[in-house]
Design a protein around this ligand. Structure first.
Ligand SMILES: C=CC1=C(C)c2cc3[nH]c(cc4nc(cc5[nH]c(cc1n2)c(C)c5CCC(=O)O)C(CCC(=O)O)=C4C)c(C)c3C=C
Ligand SMILES: [Fe+2]
Ligand SMILES: [Fe+2]
Length: 343
C-alpha cells in the first residue's frame, strides 16, 4: 500500500496539538445532472447505506436509478439552492458551523476543519489540513444527533479509511451520538420557541419528522429509532408537550423496502380530516437544512397538507449556524477535548 500523506508542512510542536473534525453527509456541487449523478452514485454505492450485494444492486443503481433520478433531484435542489453562496444549503451551513466552532476554540489553539462523507470537501483533505496545522490528536464529530450505521458509522469508516493511508497516524477520538444531550435539547427548544414567537398562528400540533431508515436496519441492531425516541422525549419535556401535541414520524423513504413508521406524509395528510389544520414541523434528525427538510417537507409536504385541507403550515428551521448550534458543538468538543488533550 502507498502511504499518501506527506510529512506535515509545519513540524508539530513537541507537545502536539488537538484539532476538531466535523463530518457531514455530503451534497452535490451543483444542480446539474452529472454532479447530482456523481453524488448519488457515491452515496448509494456505500454498502453501509444499501446492503444488497453489488452484483445485484449496481446494475439497478447505475442502469435504472441513476439515469432518471438525477434530473428530478437536480430540479429539487435548484428550488432550495442557497442563492447568495451558490451552493447547497447542507454545504453552506456545515461550513458555517465549522467556522463558528473554530471561532470559539481559537483562543485554545484548537483548529477546526470540516469534511463530507460523500463528495467535497473530502474527509481526507480535512484530515490533512489538521495534520498540516500540527495536530497529532483529532476529535471527530459526525453531525448526526442520532446514531445509525448508515450515517455515523460510515462517516467514521471514511475517517479511518483515510488514516489507513498514513504512515504517521494521529490519535482519534470519535464523539458518540448525542440524541438527548442537554445542549442539543436546549438548542431544539430554542429553535421551536424562536419560530413560534414569529408565527402569526398557534400550531395545534408540532410534528417531529426524522429521516427514515429501512426496518431491517433496526432489526439487525441499529439504535437509530431508540435514539430518535430519546430526542423527542427530551424535547417534549423541555417544551411541556404531550405525545399528541408533538408526534414522532419518519420521512424520506427510498426504495421498495418497508421503512420505520409512521411515515410523515400520510400522517400529515390525514390531520385536516381530524380537525388539525394548523401545524408546524420540526426535523431534529438533521443538524442543517438540506433537500430533505427544505424541499421534501418545506415544499412537497406543505403542498400535500394544504391540498388535504390544511390551513397553516410552518417549518422550524434546523439548528444550522444558530448560536445554540455552535454552543452544542462547543460543548461536545470541549468535553471530548477534556479527556483527550494533553494537559
Ligand atoms: C437507503 C437509502 C437511504 C438511507 C438508509 C438513508 C439514511 C439517512 N440519511 C440521512 C440524512 C440525509 N439524507 C439525505 C438525502 C438522501 N438520502 C437518501 C437515501 C437514504 N438515506 C437519498 C437517496 C437522498 C438524496 C435525495 C435525492 O436528492 O434524491 C440528506 C440531504 C442531502 C442534501 O444534499 O441535501 C440528508 C441530510 C440520515 C440522517 C439517515 C439515517 C438515519
Ligand atoms: Fe438519507
Ligand atoms: Fe427526500
Amino acid at each position: 500500500m502507498a502511504f499518501l500523506h506527506k510529512p506535515p508542512r509545519i513540524t508539530p510542536p513537541p507537545e502536539g496539538r488537538t484539532g476538531v473534525l466535523l463530518i457531514n453527509l455530503g451534497t452535490p456541487d451543483d444542480t446539474g445532472y452529472f454532479s447530482v449523478r456523481r453524488y448519488l452514485s457515491e452515496f448509494l454505492s456505500d454498502r453501509r447505506v444499501i446492503e444488497s450485494p453489488p452484483l445485484i444492486w449496481q446494475p439497478i443503481l447505475q442502469g435504472i436509478i441513476l439515469t432518471k433520478r438525477p434530473f428530478a433531484s437536480g430540479a429539487n435542489y435548484a428550488r432550495i439552492w442557497h442563492k447568495e453562496e451558490n451552493a447547497s444549503p447542507l454545504r453552506v451551513y456545515t461550513r458555517r458551523q465549522a467556522e463558528g466552532l473554530a471561532e470559539r476554540l481559537k483562543a485554545d489553539g484548537v483548529p477546526v476543519e470540516w469534511g463530507m462523507r460523500y463528495g467535497r470537501p473530502s474527509v481526507t483533505k480535512a484530515l490533512e489540513s489538521l495534520m498540516d496545522q500540527g495536530c497529532d490528536r483529532i476529535v471527530s464529530i459526525a453531525l448526526y444527533p442520532q446514531y445509525s450505521a448508515t450515517t455515523t458509522a460510515t462517516a467514521n469508516d471514511q475517517l479511518f479509511r483515510a488514516l489507513m493511508r498514513l504512515r504517521r497516524q494521529p490519535a482519534v477520538l470519535t464523539v458518540p451520538s448525542f440524541p438527548d444531550h442537554p445542549a442539543f435539547i436546549r438548542a431544539l427548544e430554542t429553535s421551536v420557541q424562536d419560530r413560534l414567537a414569529e408565527l402569526p398562528f398557534k400550531p395545534q400540533q408540532i410534528v417531529a419528522s426524522f429521516h427514515g431508515l429501512p426496518k431491517t436496519c433496526i432489526e439487525k441492531g441499529d439504535t437509530y429509532r431508540d435514539e430518535c425516541e430519546r430526542t423527542i422525549a427530551g424535547l417534549r419535556v423541555a417544551l411541556g408537550l404531550s405525545e399528541e401535541q408533538m408526534p414522532l414520524t419518519f420521512q424520506s423513504r427510498f426504495g421498495p423496502l418497508e421503512w420505520i413508521q409512521p411515515y410523515t406524509a400520510p400522517f400529515v395528510k390525514a390531520l385536516p380530516a381530524q380537525g388539525i389544520t394548523k401545524i408546524a414541523v420540526i426535523m431534529p434528525g438533521f443538524m442543517t437544512d438540506c433537500i430533505e427538510t427544505l424541499d421534501e417537507i418545506g415544499n412537497e409536504l406543505r403542498e400535500e397538507f394544504m391540498e388535504a385541507g390544511g390551513e397553516e403550515f410552518a417549518l422550524v428551521p434546523c439548528l444550522n449556524d444558530s448560536k445554540a448550534a455552535i454552543d452544542l458543538l462547543e460543548e461536545l468538543s470541549r468535553s471530548a477535548l477534556a479527556g483527550f488533550q494533553r494537559r
